[in-house]
Design a protein around this ligand. Sequence first.
Ligand code: PMP
Length: 402
Amino acid sequence: MSLFEKFSSIQQARQEILQSGVNPFHLTIEKIISPTEAVINGHTTILVGTNNYLGLTFHPDSIQASQEALAQEGTGTTGSRMANGSFSSHNDLERAIADFYGMPHAIVFSTGYQANLGVLSALAGPGDTILMDGDSHASIYDGCRLGGAEVLRFKHNDVTDLDKKLRRLGDRSRRTLIIVEGIYSMLGDRAPLKEIVDIKQQYEATLVVDEAHSLGVLGNRGRGLAEEAGVEQGVDCIVGTFSKSLGSTGGFGVSSHPEFEFIRYTSRPYIFTASPCPSVVASTKVALRIIRETPQLRQQLWKNAKILYDGLEHIGYTLGAEVGPVIAAMIPSKEQALAMWQGLLEQGIYVNLMIPPATPNGESLLRCSVSAAHTPQQLETIIQSFANVYSQINEHAASVST
Ligand code: PMP
């Protein structure tokens, strides 16, 4: 078999989906109008699948800062910080992140994916162990693999399983890294962080929390689940991304351990890639300031999340267990999920279609991400469209079974 022949199974799976008349593979945003609206297939469409939790992508202050940086510092950095040096703005952003978290050390990466790769692979290497939640994001899986540590999974959010696995490790638990997410990206549930911190302290392990979906969303100051749960002191390192609530691209790690700085010297995803562009750095820094200064955005996000969650639940959808900015409707089959996703798009609603193998437990999901920028009218339209596709699918199922 040639190297290229192995793609035939993927081609076949893709073909099967296309034969159902739905093409989720090449969705193009023809024109972006606002944080919550775009033109797709020629129609104005409400976006409820873009992780734009605080709706900051069009904030005038961020745009202005970005434009100024572009004019003053150019379009790109053309190399890594280790080779080419840092721009002052990289250092400033790191100070701003460290200050935001009240921790002394922060490192900026070019994406959130690379932040996980960089931090996890630098912390846990050969001879060490990683215990990861089974529902972790792909960047966590890849970061765990990159360092060469032994990688074990514990059952999603199951502290008893985590405890059992740490106990079995004996002395090795002290050289074990536990990695969990604040809010899980697919189903929107949260890690039981207080219990996890207790266990990590008992076994003297190291705990990293990925707050990608909880930064700007949870906690009094928007620092995430660790803040909300009151356990920031018990977390060794927080990683996160700029690509969701901060509305740009990039990622970071932040920690109180003085040794954290040395990750720069050992982390391949930090050393061997170009540093973030000045315009991106500038808008991120402003967005961080907006999160600090505007708790009303977070309050609006939660109001909107409750409206959408209650609305979808009322129609009859089975949803992820917790109200939050990630609301996943569980659909009984992949075929139904495809048809409903297409039906929603035709009615001018864009959500994320999540089907196996990319989902936990082989689930098919229509995943919504709520924004503080959604208007009451948009939320009503989203709920009404979900109601329409729900009844279409149920009518179809009834006609097939009779
Ligand atoms: N961690 C989690 C939990 C995520 O969901 C994502 C992106 N969806 C990332 C990391 C990677 O972030 P980025 O898109 O900035 O690379």
